[in-house]
Design a protein around this ligand. Structure first.
Ligand SMILES: Cc1cn([C@H]2C[C@H](O)[C@@H](COP(=O)(O)OP(=O)(O)O[C@H]3O[C@@H](C)C(=O)[C@@H](O)[C@H]3O)O2)c(=O)[nH]c1=O
Length: 183
């Protein structure tokens, strides 16, 4: 497994070692001990989420606040996405900064997005299926969002034209009005 920190060190790219042979390939999609060594996270994952989206769909930017705040380990099982994490920890030196990584079924990269970050992605292939493990339970009351095109965040989404959004995401508040993390 190969890991490297992104420009925001708490966000980590994990690249599993892939063993190819005449039959196809094998890799460990998740290994608790190696994952904890790479991220410092020893919390248990309690839920796996999977979604499928067409090209140009943008989901985000999302997070949960309070005791059900969620860490996310994101990967792609078909197609390609540009996956984004935004640092929304008020006291962080990288507060308001974002990192983005292309994750695909081909490159098998995973992105570790810890609590304190807003998360979103745009689909850059014909369609994409995204699978992510989370540590906090789904709590609609704790859900928060930030608009994808917030001028202060200025995320450079790879896209042709306007993305396809949920109605919830189309009405998301600006970063300046968002509830953020104090820690
Ligand atoms: C997130 C979630 C949604 N749902 C339901 C609620 C709703 O009816 C339907 C679709 O929900 P959403 O529109 O919020 O799905 P989506 O826009 O894909 O939300 C996800 O976006 C990515 C970027 C994330 O980071 C995730 O944490 C999550 O917020 O699924 C659950 O039952 N459990 C869950 O954990």
């Amino acid at each position: 497994m190969n890991c490297h920190n992104t420009a925001i060190p708490d966000v980590v790219v994990i690249e599993p070692q892939v063993f190819g042979d005449d039959r196809g390939y094998f890799f460990e999609a998740f290994n608790q001990a190696r994952f904890s060594a790479a991220t410092g996270c020893s919390k248990a994952f309690i839920q796996d989420n999977q979604s499928r989206s067409a090209r140009g769909v943008l989901r985000g930017l999302h997070y949960q606040i309070g005791e059900n705040a969620q860490d996310k380990l994101v990967r792609v099982i078909s197609g390609e996405i540009f996956d984004v994490a935004v640092d929304i920890r008020r006291n962080s030196p990288t507060y308001g900064q974002w990192v983005g990584e292309f994750l695909s079924a081909d490159n098998k990269r995973q992105l570790w997005v810890p609590v304190g970050f807003a998360h979103g992605f745009i689909v850059t292939s014909e369609s994409a299926e995204v699978l992510y493990k989370i540590t906090g339970r789904y709590d609609p009351q704790a859900e928060r969002s930030i608009r994808w095109d917030d001028p202060q965040l200025a995320i450079d989404w790879p896209r042709d034209g306007q993305p396809l959004l949920s109605s919830k995401d189309a009405q998301a508040p600006a970063f300046a009005d968002a509830e953020v993390f104090d820690a």
